[in-house]
Design a protein around this ligand. Structure first.
Ligand code: ZN
Length: 251
């Protein structure tokens, strides 16, 4: 049942609240930072509201948006969707347009997470070029991490800044601001955000010891082949677990 008011909406509301709190508890957002959305059915999106700290949010605070009948097809997501249901005083974040840009470009994406992970955002200020393809899980799980140029928050420039990267990347860093991760489930989008910050910390630790080199191309290709070769639709969580077991076994 994917119509509004059904069990899928209730489950997603609870999951969004839980994952937003986890981002807050792990320091990936502070105060009223960040926003999460998840799609269900062919035209519905649940969005975290503007101006509410994520540790105080309840399932009914989420705003239900109707993307309209064209939402099934990529490129037909409206820039200002209709608010179908919202608690009194709750409106979607001004950064919602970033999420809609991702949904418009990627019909496969069902959830988008935007946070301000401090170490990862710090890397956008590095005077050197940063490559995060340094560990197996980064290659397999984060994929091609894009660095979008700075754009003023709260303006359309922000969604325009990430647009060129959305089709090829599920993990986009926004210079001097935050990060956007996408996934075919909310769990995957959320885990990508946590993983991004974790890899950024590894990068910074390694950089203190000297130059940081990427994982060799041949190994990256091997990992990607493994990811693509496990099943028709690779289970990324399972793959990351396997890869990490192998890495730990070598330590
Ligand atoms: Zn932000």
């Amino acid at each position: 049942m994917t119509a509004p008011g059904g069990p899928e909406e209730r489950r997603l509301r609870e999951e969004l609240v839980r994952r937003a709190r986890q981002l807050y508890d792990r320091g990936l957002i502070a105060g009223v930072d960040g926003n999460l959305t998840a799609r269900f059915g062919s035209r519905w999106v649940l969005a975290t509201p503007s101006g509410l700290p994520k540790n105080e949010m309840e399932p009914d605070d989420l705003v239900l948006l109707d993307l309209g009948t064209g939402a099934r097809t990529a490129g037909q997501v409206p820039s200002e969707p209709r608010v179908a249901r919202a608690r009194r005083g709750r409106i979607p974040s001004s950064e919602l347009s970033m999420h809609l840009t991702v949904y418009a470009e990627r019909s496969d994406v069902r959830a988008v997470v935007h946070a301000h992970p401090p170490t990862a955002v710090g890397l956008t200020l590095s005077p050197e070029e940063v490559h995060l393809d340094i560990c197996p899980e980064a290659v397999v799980f984060l994929g091609d991490v894009a660095f979008a140029p700075y754009a003023t928050p709260g303006t359309e420039d922000l969604s325009e800044s990430l647009k060129p990267f959305v089709k090829r990347s599920n993990t986009i860093l926004l210079t001097r601001h935050g990060a956007v991760t996408a996934g075919d489930t909310l769990a995957i989008a959320h885990q990508r955000m946590e993983s991004l910050e974790h890899i950024a910390k590894i990068y910074v630790a390694a950089r203190q010891l000297g130059p940081v080199t990427p994982l060799p191309d041949a190994e990256q290709e091997r990992l990607r082949a493994l990811a693509g070769g496990t099943t028709a639709e690779p289970d990324l969580e399972e793959l990351v677990r396997i890869v990490m077991e192998r890495v730990q076994a070598r330590l």
